[in-house]
Ligand binder design. Structure first.
Ligand code: NDP
Ligand code: 2IT
Length: 447
């Protein structure tokens, strides 16, 4: 049996209860067939077995007291997946769906994504099954403090540097940082990224994932003789990534007609008014349904087990909410409605069948681990500024981000061309990232 199939088969036996992790691994390993054929020595080095096994998984109890005085218990995680090219780096997700499978898939993806940035960062992910929805500020603070009471012993600016992800933004990072600083009795600014601007955060980090996605899209479209100007765009989600993807898409002259949250989507034929979205989501922490009450002509559609946003006619779809939000059925609807380009802002938003369908149909697909790398890349720029004890202007950071995304696309394209894979940038990203991580691992011996 082929080495890759063997590794996948063994992992399926060992981790049968981790479907998201297996999905992420399969997508990557299946695109490495040609690479592995060229390097039979990888099998003797058990390189694929090692690269799919996290260096360390930490799980811990998080006890806290809600506003009613009741004791609550959640489960905390940190998966330190691969530290070959730098300190572990990756976000924290607070969402009730969080489990070990989701943490491992995100950590695994992060290893390759971080390699693509060209910056010295290893891959990790963490979080908790804590549900921030409906919680007061005081409850969020107490949860974050309790979470850090355990996490602090596993992180550090040269060890492991968490940041935000779903359910973790500037407010949560502030509470986490405060508790870390109190426990350590030291100001180690680089221990977390996504910090507030007053205490070591970087300008443009908030915008970075969404802007970076559009920089990558711009390059991918340019390479295929297209532009964003005048295109109709769907963006799922209305969180950090979705909002700033929308902002940059609009700056590039695209018309964003729909956004969503986990309850449903809004359609605005005149183009989304992003100020209204920011007010509802960033200020009020409300539901997207509100948009239809505030903007004339906008229509709200509730989810009914499916994602109605993918039924809307458009040229480009940018899934920016969560994993597996486009399945084969939804992919077929998107293509039949005229979508020509997909840009993954979320991590693993498209399942394997849907990816294969898009590629078969000649749809251009910007893969998550390349296209959404702008967030973590700018986190690494935040770490650089913290080490230098100075801060760059918005324009300086944004320019570096643009250059990083441009370079990531060029590397995905080059790798795809090198293996005669045409515009399969999914494989291109996996190959380019694997090349760097594997060389670093081999150089460091069997560990
Ligand atoms: P936010 O918490 O700011 O926003 C998440 C958005 O997605 C919300 O609109 C949320 O809706 C929706 N959403 C979350 N979970 C689900 C679900 N299970 N079903 C339907 N909708 C859901 O998170 P981010 O914007 O930071 O993250 C979005 C995606 O981008 C994630 O996949 C994340 O891993 C990825 N990402 C984030 C980066 C960052 O820098 N923040 C960097 C790279 C990738 P609701 O409010 O109703 O829950
Ligand atoms: O998925 C991701 O890349 C993130 N959530 C950002 C991680 C980071 O360390 O900035």
């Amino acid at each position: 049996m082929h080495y890759i199939e063997n590794v996948i088969g063994n992992l399926k036996n060992k981790s049968s209860n981790e479907p998201e992790f297996l999905q992420a691994v399969e997508e990557v390993l299946n695109s490495l067939k040609l690479v592995v054929e060229k390097h039979p020595e990888y099998q003797n080095l058990a390189l694929l077995e090692r690269i799919t096994e996290p260096e360390r998984i930490i799980t811990f109890r998080v006890s806290w007291v809600n506003d009613k005085g009741q004791v609550q218990v959640n489960r905390g995680y940190r998966v330190q997946f691969n530290g070959a090219i730098g300190p572990y780096k990756g976000g924290l997700r607070f969402h009730p769906s969080v489990n070990q499978s989701i943490m491992k898939f995100l950590g695994f993806e992060q290893v390759f994504k971080n390699a693509l940035t060209g910056l010295p960062i290893g891959g990790a992910k963490g979080g908790s099954d804590f549900d921030p929805k409906g919680k007061s500020d005081a409850e969020i603070m107490r949860f974050c403090q309790s979470f850090m009471n355990e996490l602090y012993r596993h992180i550090g600016q040269d060890v492991d540097v968490p940041a935000g992800d779903i359910g973790v933004g500037a407010r949560e990072i502030g509470y986490l940082f405060g508790q870390y600083r109190k426990i350590r009795n030291a100001y180690e600014a680089g221990v977390l990224t996504g910090k507030g601007l007053e205490y070591g955060g970087s300008l443009a980090r908030k915008e970075a994932t969404g802007y970076g996605l559009l920089y990558y899209m711009r390059e991918m479209l340019k390479a295929n003789n297209m532009t964003l100007e005048g295109k109709t765009v769907l963006i799922s989600g209305s969180g950090n990534v979705a909002i700033y993807a929308c902002e940059k898409a609009q700056q590039y002259g695209a018309k964003v007609v729909a956004m969503s949250d986990s309850n449903g989507c809004i359609y605005d034929a005149n183009g989304i008014n992003l100020d209204v979205i920011k007010q509802i989501k960033e200020v009020e922490r409300g539901r997207i349904k509100e948009y239809a009450n505030r903007v004339n002509g906008a229509v709200y559609t509730e989810n009914n087990g499916k994602h109605p946003i993918w039924n809307i006619k458009a040229d480009i779809a940018l899934p920016c909410a969560t994993q597996n939000e486009i399945n084969l059925e939804e992919a077929k609807i998107l293509v039949s409605n005229g979508v020509k380009v997909i840009g993954e802002g979320a991590n693993m938003p498209t399942n394997i069948e849907a990816i294969n369908y898009f590629l078969e149909k000649g749809i251009l697909l910007a893969p998550a681990k390349a296209a959404n790398a702008g967030g973590v890349a700018t986190s690494a720029l935040e770490m650089s500024q913290n080490s230098m004890r100075l801060s760059w202007t918005f324009e300086e950071v944004d320019k570096k981000l643009d250059a990083i995304m441009t370079n990531i696309f060029a590397n995905c394209k080059k790798a795809a061309e090198q293996y005669n894979l045409g515009t399969n940038y999914v494989a291109g990203a996996n190959i380019a990232a694997f090349d760097k991580v594997s060389k670093a691992m081999i150089a460091q011996g069997i560990i």
